[in-house]
Ligand binder design. Structure first.
Ligand code: DON
Length: 576
């Protein structure tokens, strides 16, 4: 027995070491020398990393991982939704692809109201009429065609294989599939719920119809918008009572837009322009905060939370008034992200007390003053699922991509025979002026439904540069909280000296002007902090947790890629 002691000791040491490793997982960034992918699902991250190992660049990897998410993360990964892709090439060029869904040509402002003008419950959220013209396939294919190095077929092959051969469901995946509303649609119930014989953790989930659809796209990407696939999709939607026609699909266009850019304490911040409110609200928040020494106040201290929340409140106040599809109504982006404007807002912030939202008055600021009086705020709810992935490749190209079906599983409609879920992005429009909704987010009349218009989004894919060099790649789901999540992570790194994983893990808080409450995650705030905030005039609302930040930092000294997946959702950063 004694002679085995050294071996036993060695094994014990090994066990302790691996226990340390697994407890450290999620606590520290994943280090890699050359490339990194962070996403909500290990299989998608692996697909992206493998694509780069096979010679693909960051765009190939993002497209491969994006299609893989459509298979392994049906709640949000998608063919039937839309999104935004922010690309920074290693040579410094920046591109932003808007593949947000569009309202069909037959859509109209009052389409979700009954004869008395009341909102028809769930009409813009569940079922075929909630569906906007999907943009994801067009966006991924266009990104791949313009900047990818590999053939589309090669990039889509892992997703096709995952759909055809199946993959083992994780606990969270299996339980998410039990969504009650999915059962309302026979094809969704059949595919995702095996007609009520629910999938269990560890079971292999195969999606043969989706595999076939992916093969058809890989064979001929145009088919989705102009060919047989488009005809099948439009026919199925119309049969279900939806509005999307073959013309809507044929007319769908990806738009390249100019990313919004600003600075924060000398770092450059690049993010999403309208029709997302994300980049503008992010920069407006950071501009206001730049006037305070947050570092001295400390991360998650009552004082730093107070100043951050007051900045969010003001940025969301402006979001409500001015944001919409810029192809329909001009959005005063330059004024909103002007540092002088932020300085005027800063003067309205009491150093210790909350400003009640209903007392907020925008400071005078030239071009905004005229616009402001003409727009009545309207209410909208924001739904429950979206997904973000970040990629950095060996050359230093970087992609931040956020895609959405809006709610979890979107409209809950799976296209019969085609195997993919359709979005309920119509709900991101303002359905009726002045009606408070589930999430209470307020937006302006400029975001009313109109034919061929894109609904306002909060998605905030972002890239931060330090001394003109790639530093952070980030983004998250979470509806309106996306903006505060991304802002808090940037501040975590820049103001509080956290590493990217610590910044992702840090407890989140959120304020969006209306409702006038301060939302905080339930865990991680000091018990001393909360009474200080209440005494400062805040109505606190603690909830579980939210978001899923999938981020990468590049170590300025070594160039190492540091991946930070969000422990809240069991995602994974994988690099090499
Ligand atoms: O575009 C948007 O802002 C929303 N459709 C995003 C919804 C979302 O992030 C929900 N995720 N948890």
């Amino acid at each position: 027995m004694l002679k085995h002691l050294p071996t036993f000791r060695f094994l014990l040491a090994l066990m302790l070491f691996s226990a340390c490793l697994s407890s450290a997982e999620g606590m520290r960034p994943v280090h890699a020398r050359r490339a990194m992918v962070a996403s909500v699902h290990e299989l998608a991250s692996q697909t992206g990393a493998d694509t780069m190992r096979a010679g693909g660049n960051a765009v190939d990897a993002a497209v491969a991982a994006g299609f893989a998410l459509a298979v392994v993360h049906p709640a949000a990964g998608n063919l039937g939704g839309g999104g935004f892709l922010l690309l920074r090439l290693a040579n410094g060029e920046v591109h932003f692809l808007d593949f947000r869904e569009k309202a069909p040509a037959k859509a109209s402002a009052g389409m979700y109201l009954d004869a008395k003008g009341n909102v028809i419950p769930q009409a813009s959220q569940i079922g075929y009429r909630a569906v906007a013209v999907p943009g994801s396939v067009a966006g991924l294919v266009e990104a791949q065609r313009r900047w990818g190095k590999l053939a589309l077929k090669q990039v889509m092959e892992p997703a096709i294989r995952l759909a055809r051969d199946g993959f083992a469901l994780r606990y969270t995946d299996a339980h998410a599939l039990r969504d009650e509303l999915l059962a309302q649609f026979a094809e969704s119930k059949r595919i995702f719920q095996r007609n009520g014989n629910y999938y269990e953790q560890g079971e292999i989930f195969r999606q043969p119809e989706l595999a076939r659809t992916l093969e058809r796209i890989a064979q001929d990407p145009d088919d989705f918008y102009h060919g047989a696939l488009a005809r099948e999709l439009a026919a199925a939607i119309q049969q279900g009572g939806g509005l999307i026609s073959t013309d809507d699909l044929a007319n769908y266009k990806v738009v390249e837009r100019r990313a919004v850019r600003g600075t924060y304490r000398g770092y450059q911040v690049i993010s999403a322009p309208p029709p997302s409110s994300g980049g503008v609200a992010l920069l407006e928040t950071l501009n206001i905060l730049e006037g305070y020494d947050l570092h001295a106040l400390g991360s998650r201290s009552a004082k730093s939370i107070h100043l951050t929340v007051e900045s969010f409140r003001r940025a969301f106040f402006d979001r409500a008034e001015f944001m919409s599809d810029p192809d329909f109504t001009p959005v005063p982006v330059a004024q909103l992200i002007d540092k002088q404007f932020a300085a005027r807002w800063r003067e309205s912030i009491d150093p210790v007390r909350a400003t009640p939202s209903d007392s907020l008055k925008r400071p005078k600021f030239e071009a905004l003053d005229q616009l402001a009086s003409t727009r009545a705020p309207m209410a909208v709810r924001e739904g429950g699922n979206t997904t973000h992935l970040s990629v950095v490749d060996p050359q230093g190209n970087a992609v931040a991509m956020t895609t959405t079906l809006n709610d979890s599983f979107g409209s809950r409609v799976t296209v019969p025979g085609l195997g993919f879920l359709l979005n309920d992005e119509m709900d991101d429009f303002t359905v009726k002026p002045g009606v408070a909704n589930l999430y209470g987010l307020i937006q302006s009349a400029a975001n009313a439904i109109a034919p061929n218009k894109r609904p306002l989004s909060s998605m905030t894919p972002a890239i931060v540069l330090k001394d003109e060099r790639l530093f952070l790649v980030l983004g998250s789901p979470g509806g309106a909280t996306i903006i505060s999540t991304v802002a808090n992570i940037i501040m975590g790194v820049i103001d509080f000296g956290l590493d990217i994983q610590q910044a992702v893990n840090a407890p989140r808080f959120h304020q969006q002007w209306v409702p006038d409450e301060l939302r905080l995650e339930k865990f991680g705030f000091s018990p001393d902090t909360l009474p200080l905030l209440s005494n400062g005039g805040y109505e606190l609302k603690q909830t579980g947790y939210w978001g899923d930040a999938e981020c990468i930092a590049v170590d300025p000294r070594t160039g190492d890629r540091l991946g930070a997946s969000d422990g809240r959702n069991g995602g994974r950063a994988i690099g090499f």
